[in-house]
Structure formats: structure tokens, C-alpha cells
Design a protein around this ligand. Structure first.
Ligand code: FAD
Length: 378
């Protein structure tokens, strides 16, 4: 049987690797990162970055389970590819003691038997002197199995390990498909190709291939990267990832100093005050080519100052990205027919656990059933 995975992003590259390891004949079809985002006319990916927080703690059991399964395999993927993508610097969740968000974290840590160190405000100040927290703040620190990954390097690692295991990679776009009795014909730039079964892992560009068959909303995100001089980066060398559990709004999250392909070191704060709904593929492409929402970077800079008032910022860069949400906040691990399957809908949290989402996609496309803990996504 001939299998195809469409989309060489985080989930698709993982799915293809798992399928090759299972001995299947698999072709992964999808382009790499464009050289120039502003002039690119094709599809984009949500992994063109160097920092994504990873952690086991997640209030939703599905995501926690998928994340922990993936984190447990990071070492195996690094060893098979020779590419490092994981920094186990830990992840700190901090917020007002007694708030419902902090109580939920304690419940989740107990539910999943995750080891988290507890810090009161004074202990937070001693252990993480570069952060500032308001009176009454406390923290839970997941020191092991948490930190950050480079999504770019993870995709490269999955591709390298996948190709070594037998994945054939075709770096081009699929512009459409026909699901017929004799197989699924994919329309690729190099011509039509027929497969017995196909897994779509096309992220924010899924509607171009499957329309609105599955409900999913794609939102534009504006991200600000703050450049640091080398000495400032060295001062923050022990900084973990931080998620501030804001009682009044979405949680801003902060990544520690990370070196980017331009050779510079940046810290990143993620927070978007506004959900920018992108209605179709043309909107999503235009968003990736844009400068994001004007003014958001100033708001983000004010928020980073709240948490890191002494941070010496040497420069600022704004980048755009998209996240795809399903109505129940779970991915679509679905069968669209006997031959066509999906692994889409990362709900803003599917970098860290993409290896397990890819594995689950590989299970369904090859005729297997989702495990009990994951059936709600099917
Ligand atoms: C600003 C931001 C911050 C985030 N922070 C975190 C975080 O801290 N932790 C975390 O776990 N997650 C985080 N996420 C979420 C995470 O990055 C996404 O959930 C993840 O990238 C989804 O993976 P994917 O494989 O579905 O999509 P992608 O990685 O976007 O891959 C989809 C791939 O499909 C390809 N494709 C699309 N259409 C076609 C086609 N027709 N033919 C061929 N190929 C096609 C694209 O080129 C792309 O490579 C963040 C996301 C954003 C935007």
C-alpha cells in the first residue's frame, strides 16, 4: 500500500517518520520554509521559529498525555537525527496564590503525578532574580521534562530521521485531490500522483484542500522578539520558560534567550490582545506576509517590562504566525473517507506534542484505532 502525508511541518514530519518506522511505504509532500516570507506566494508553516515552550503540565488530559509521550521521545529523535532541538531549562508557572488558575495547576500536577517545585514570592525572587512578580505571587516549577524546543530544528530532525527510516520527501505543494475508488490522486506541482491512503497535516492551510468539512478557525498572531547583547544573554543563562497565570486575561508566556539564525540572541514574549480571525487561505497568506497588528509589539514590550524590569533590550523584531482552533480544543484526528485522514488543529499548543500527534495520525491512516485516551479527538 502507498501512503502520502501532506504537509512537512511539525505534525506531518512526525507522522511520516512513525509510518516509515512501522515499515510503511510513505511519501511526505510539502515545501520547506520560504527564503523570503514577504514575497512568498505559496503556503506557510507555523514552525518558522526557534522557541516553543514544552511542558507536561496541561489542564486538558489529552494534551498533557500527548505532550508527555512526545517529550519522552525527544532524546530518541535527537539521537536518530543527530539534530538537537530540546533545551531542558524547565518551565515556571507563576501567578497569584489562591487564584483559580494556580489551583488548577496544582490539581493537574497531582492528577498526572508531575513533580513541581513550589515557590513562595521570596523563594521566587531568590531562585529567579531576573523576574519581578507582584506581592502574593507564587510559582510551580517543572524542572524536568520541560523547557523549550526549536520547532524549526524539530522539523529538520523528524525529516532527517524519517528519510533515514525510508520516508520519501517531495518538497512541493499539493493543490488539490480526487478521492476515487482506485485511490487518492494528489495534484502536485510535478504532476498527479496516486496513493492508497493520505494523511493531511496541513495546519492553517487545510481549508484550501478540504474546505469547511471540519470546523476550524485560524487566527493571526503577532509575536515580538527582543534582541539581547551577549552579556545580557549570559546574565540570563539559567532562565526557564515562564507562563504568567494572569487572573484577568490570557496568559502571557516568555521564552529565555535563544540564538536565532541571524546569529543574534532574543527573548520572546507571546501574547495577543486580539484574536484576528483569518477567513480563508488568501487571508492566511496575507497575514504571514504582513507585519502583524500595529501597536501589539508596544503592548508586548510593556508586558515584558512588568516581568523583567531590568531587561536590557538592544532591539526588537516582530514576526507573524497563525494558530488553528477546533471547537472542542482538541485536534482533528479524523477520517474524511476510507482513504483520507486528518491530523490538523493544533489549538496553539501542538509544537511540544507534535511527535505524538503525528504518531496518532500514522495510526489512523494505517487502519488502526486511536487509544482510549485519545478517542475524543477522533
Ligand atoms: C506565535 C505562536 C506561538 C506558539 N507557541 C507554542 C508553544 O509555546 N508551545 C507549543 O507546543 N505550541 C506553540 N504554538 C503552536 C504550534 O506552533 C502549532 O500548534 C504547530 O506548529 C502546529 O503544527 P502543524 O504541523 O499542524 O502545522 P505547521 O507546523 O504549520 O505545518 C503545516 C505544514 O503544512 C504545509 N502545507 C500546508 N498546506 C499544504 C499543501 N497544500 N501542500 C503541501 N504542504 C502544505 C505547510 O507548508 C507547513 O509546513 C505556537 C504557535 C504560534 C503561532
Amino acid at each position: 500500500m502507498k501512503y502520502a502525508v501532506i504537509g512537512a511541518g511539525l505534525i506531518g514530519s512526525a507522522a511520516a517518520r512513525h509510518m516509515a518506522l512501522a515499515g510503511l511505504d510513505v511519501t511526505l509532500i510539502g515545501p520547506g520554509e520560504p527564503a523570503d516570507l514577504r514575497s512568498h506566494a505559496g503556503v506557510f508553516g507555523s514552525h518558522y521559529d526557534e522557541g516553543r515552550i514544552t511542558r507536561g503540565l496541561d489542564p486538558m488530559p489529552f494534551w498533557s498525555r500527548a505532550s508527555r509521550a512526545s517529550i519522552a521521545r525527544y532524546g530518541e529523535i535527537e539521537a536518530a537525527s543527530g539534530i538537537r532541538f530540546y533545551s531542558e531549562v524547565g518551565c515556571l508557572m507563576a501567578g497569584p496564590e489562591g487564584s483559580s488558575k494556580m489551583a488548577a495547576i496544582d490539581e493537574v500536577a497531582a492528577r498526572d503525578a508531575l513533580s513541581c517545585e513550589y515557590f513562595d514570592r521570596d523563594a521566587l525572587a531568590r531562585r529567579f532574580p531576573y523576574f519581578a512578580f507582584p506581592d502574593g505571587a507564587t510559582g510551580r516549577f517543572e524542572a524536568v521534562g520541560a523547557g523549550h524546543i526549536s520547532p524549526r530544528s524539530l522539523v529538520r530532525a523528524q525529516l532527517t530521521a524519517g528519510v533515514a527510516a525510508g520516508v520519501q520527501h517531495l518538497a512541493e505543494e499539493v493543490t488539490g485531490f480526487d478521492d476515487g475508488p482506485d485511490g487518492v490522486t494528489l495534484h502536485c506541482a510535478s504532476g498527479p500522483r496516486v496513493f492508497d491512503r493520505v494523511l493531511m497535516a496541513t495546519g492553517g492551510f487545510s481549508d484550501a484542500l478540504i474546505g469547511s468539512v471540519l470546523p476550524m478557525e485560524v487566527y493571526g498572531r503577532t509575536v515580538a522578539l527582543f534582541e539581547l547583547e551577549e552579556a545580557e544573554a549570559a546574565r540570563l543563562a539559567s532562565m526557564p520558560s515562564l507562563i504568567w497565570q494572569d487572573p484577568d486575561r490570557d496568559n502571557p508566556y516568555l521564552l529565555p534567550p535563544i540564538r536565532y539564525p541571524d546569529g543574534k540572541v532574543y527573548v520572546k514574549l507571546g501574547y495577543d490582545p486580539e484574536d484576528i480571525l483569518l477567513r480563508d487561505t488568501a487571508d492566511v497568506k496575507a497575514w504571514f506576509r504582513s507585519e502583524g497588528t500595529p501597536g501589539v509589539a508596544d503592548q508586548i514590550e510593556a508586558m515584558i517590562r512588568d516581568r523583567m524590569p531590568d531587561l536590557a533590550i538592544a532591539g526588537r523584531r516582530v514576526v507573524t504566525c497563525v494558530t488553528s482552533y477546533t471547537p472542542n480544543q482538541l485536534p482533528h484526528l479524523k477520517a474524511l473517507s476510507d482513504r483520507v485522514f486528518t491530523a490538523i488543529g493544533g489549538c496553539g499548543r501542538a509544537a511540544k506534542n507534535s511527535d505524538e500527534l503525528g504518531r496518532l495520525g500514522a495510526v489512523i491512516v494505517s487502519g488502526g484505532a486511536l487509544p482510549d485516551w485519545a478517542v475524543e479527538a477522533g
